[in-house]
Design a protein. Structure first.
Length: 255
């Protein structure tokens, strides 16, 4: 059984004291494919180091996270573009709009999101979308940019079934993580109405640990709890969930 974590910040300093042991715990659970989103230039060195240490397992994205879209965002986008021109990446991500922390940057977040979608099309790469309290704003831009050359993953999907179907209509898979195990997560109530071909697994570690680890540091081995919940929701075996979602991740990332 091969399990794929399509979104995990393994370079986070939260893992500096036990990264190798944390990775081994994931391997022991069958998690062998890790897709690593970018945040901003301050994390680039740590990401490249992670890839160097786990070349057979770690696959890097490049992009500017919406909460890092500040006054210097054009310099940050130039950094993204420079790296894309120098070496391969598997996706542009995580990118999008976050209105939870700061609504005042909406305009430049929209600008950065559009710009990075164009980069994704230029490099023929998927996008990985960060959406927090911004479904309408994200959908407006996807509507502008939609086409066969736009596809990817709606990371950490926590919306309604209507929003799920709309995201899928833009060639997006739904990234399902720890929230599906929460009592108040809500997505577990309708997820079985979404065909599994549209689903990928993720942890977003070190954030959003699933039950029973909620509130603690998340790690990729805990994806097994997400897998078990989906097995219950869809009424099929954990291996079938792992096989289908890993195949879906290959469809997106071409890895």
């Amino acid at each position: 059984m091969i399990i794929t974590d399509t979104h995990t910040h393994l370079y986070s300093d939260s893992f500096d004291d036990d990264r190798d042991q944390m990775m081994q715990r994931a391997f022991n659970q069958g998690v062998t494919r890790f897709f690593i989103p970018a945040i901003d230039s301050s994390y680039t060195k740590a990401m490249l180091e992670l890839e160097k240490n786990y070349p057979d397992h770690v696959h890097l994205m490049m992009g500017l996270h919406p909460t890092s879209v500040k006054d210097n965002y054009k310099e940050e986008l130039a950094h993204v573009e420079k790296l894309l021109s120098e070496r391969p990446f598997v996706a542009i991500g995580e990118i999008g709009i976050d209105l939870y922390w700061d609504k005042s940057t909406l305009k430049i977040q929209q600008d950065a999101f559009r710009y990075q979608i164009k980069l994704a099309k230029q490099y023929k790469l998927p996008i990985v979308i960060h959406c927090r309290e911004s479904f309408d704003e994200i959908f407006d831009i996807l509507e502008e940019e939609k086409g066969d050359d736009l596809y990817g993953i709606f990371h950490c999907f926590t919306g309604t079934i209507e929003q799920a179907k709309k995201a899928i209509s833009y060639n997006m898979k739904l990234g399902i993580g720890g929230v599906v195990t929460f009592k108040n997560g809500k997505i577990d109530q309708f997820l079985n109405q979404i065909d599994l071909k549209h689903i990928v697994l993720e942890t977003d570690s070190p954030y959003l640990a699933p039950t029973p680890y909620r509130g603690k540091r998340n790690e990729s081995s805990y994806i097994i709890n997400v897998l078990e919940k989906l097995s219950y929701i869809y009424g099929i075996t954990k291996k079938e969930i792992a096989d289908i979602t890993t195949a879906n991740s290959k469809d997106v990332f071409k890895v």
